[in-house]
Design a protein around this ligand. Sequence first.
Ligand SMILES: [Zn+2]
Length: 370
Amino acid sequence: MLQKLTAVLMVVASLGFLARSAKAQVAPPAQAGPLQWKCAWPFGVPNRTAADADSAVRMIKSVGFNAFAVGGGTSEFKQGIVQACRKGGVAIYWVLNPVYGEWGWHLEKGVIPPTVDCLQQYDDLAKLNTASTPDDVVYAGPWLCIDRPEVRQFAVEMAKACIRNYSPDGLALDFIGYKNLQGCQCSYSRAQRAAFAKAHLELSPEQAAVQFSLTSITAVYDQIRAVSLTENPKIKLMCHVYPPFVPEPIYGNRLAVEYPAQTVSWFFIPHWPLQKVSERCGLIKETEKKYHDYVTGTAFIGVYDDDKSRKSPQRIHEELQTIKQAGIHGFCIAGDLSFLTDTPQARALSEELGGTLHLSPASQPAAGAQ
Ligand SMILES: [Zn+2]
């Protein structure tokens, strides 16, 4: 009897499989390709209740992600999101932005921010506070000077507090760099840069300036990594490699993080030509293990569902295909909730990431769908 029942169930299961196969002929089959680490970094996730946390993780999984960069919210949400990620098998990366202060530093209890004389300073500050191009957007507002030891110490204390307070699987770092995309011009930075140049006479002044900034940026990550591993030897670090660094745009693999998410396609229209996406992916792959054996080359794309930015489902497919063709294993997408609601764009992502959203019956056409 049991055998017969098993046989019947197998036939039913096979029919279900055939039905799915038939459907797969219409839509491409779910394929993550070489992508292994797939991170969602959404802005504006509802973050009040434990139910918000459950719902976010359910959606993250259905689109095919296995990592979630998130932070902030009520204490109920903060506790709930860690639990929901653990339960759902999604790695949680706590967002930490220790340099850019426009939104406040979301200070963890007991951590004291540096004083205002530690802010980055520039000769053309007024221009920097207003100028921004769609490709190299630089946010106006206070940025801490990462050349200064007290700023690095602040970043370290914040990292330590986040790990202790929330026990995430990792940290998601952002905004570690220079507002002018090259180097700070405060008196401390000028003096340090001059001393660096004097100690490296083999370099031209321009080379020394570039090297000084790169050394400074990487030092911040080195220090955060050291303290993070002391707090939790299994911790993983990721970052959005932002702001850009003009002298070496693809510098992320230098950073002491497992997943340095480097921009291969920015948010705004006109979207970067696929040739540029492909070239950036190639550079990421080429230098993947050049500096650290633990780095996974990671491509970052941005999406907003508005008229200045919107990417079509076709464009999402093309960007993901380009990333996969480069043999890249890490992927991170940031933007509004359009990629975590049932939109054609989210369905395109689901197909590319091996999710299940695109296999579910289509809901109403989403606003902004193309
Ligand atoms: Zn400075």
